[in-house]
Design a protein around this ligand. Sequence first.
Ligand code: PAF
Length: 303
Amino acid sequence: MRICRSIEEIRDAVVAARRGGARVGFVPTMGFLHEGHLSLVDLARASGCGFVAVSIFVNPTQFGPNEDFARYPRDEARDIGLLEARGVDVLFLPPVEVVYPAGHTTRVTVAGVSEPLEGERRPGHFEGVATVVLKLFNVVQPDVAAFGHKDAQQCAVIARMVRDLDVPVELVFAETTRERDGLAMSSRNAYLAAEERAQAPRFREALDAGVAAIRRGASTAEAEAAMVASLASHPAFEIDYLRIVDPGTFRTTEERDRELLAVGAVRLGRTRLIDNLRIKPLATEASVQPREAVQSRSNEERS
Ligand code: PAF
């Protein structure tokens, strides 16, 4: 696996791959990799990419002033080993001054879908995400880019940006990869103390309660109350939000003729966790994603 730290190096590597006839896949990450990230490499390959590039860049512009940028987990040597073992062709590891040279002022704002939920609680977060993702797309110029659906609102923001700005990339999304006990994989799970880790799967169970309520015919408010009630006997959780939303807008809805999302953010001690479950329209069978990890390719429009 070639490691590139400059824009020139990664562009050269991609140009050479394309000259050799390869379709180029790209997986942007912030490192401290887990099986969820590695499944995105597999998804890029399964999408016909003979050449897969991964980036690791802990993007400062998507962290608020009181967030965890400084303590975000980092382990470059371990990440390199994991990517090599997964057959990644090139790793882009830019220093911050390569991504944000002195004097950089341009920011990408995606109105609408970036505003509720995470957008409200993390002002500037999606602007930082959209800016860095567009920059990385411009640097790598991939044919296909893969993202994980655990960050469902991020997927929707990126899809909106790609569509609105005519970015020539095909987006593919992987379902959330979960630990055996149902906890969504996340680099931030590393923050959890042993006792918190033992409680963390109750979060997924709360989302399950919301899904079950919708399937029973409950109103959105009733389903949201069911999610809150499910965590009531677990006082270690501080609920940020637990909502039933339209995945196109991330706003509350009483519509039942479309896919919905049970989506949430909670705090366990100093760790903020997010997760979501899809709820297929009530008329269809098999309305919830399976409990174990499932990788699926989806080019569906999200907004
Ligand atoms: O999901 C992430 O890891 C980040 O938000 C991303 C997409 C790599 C942008 O920094």
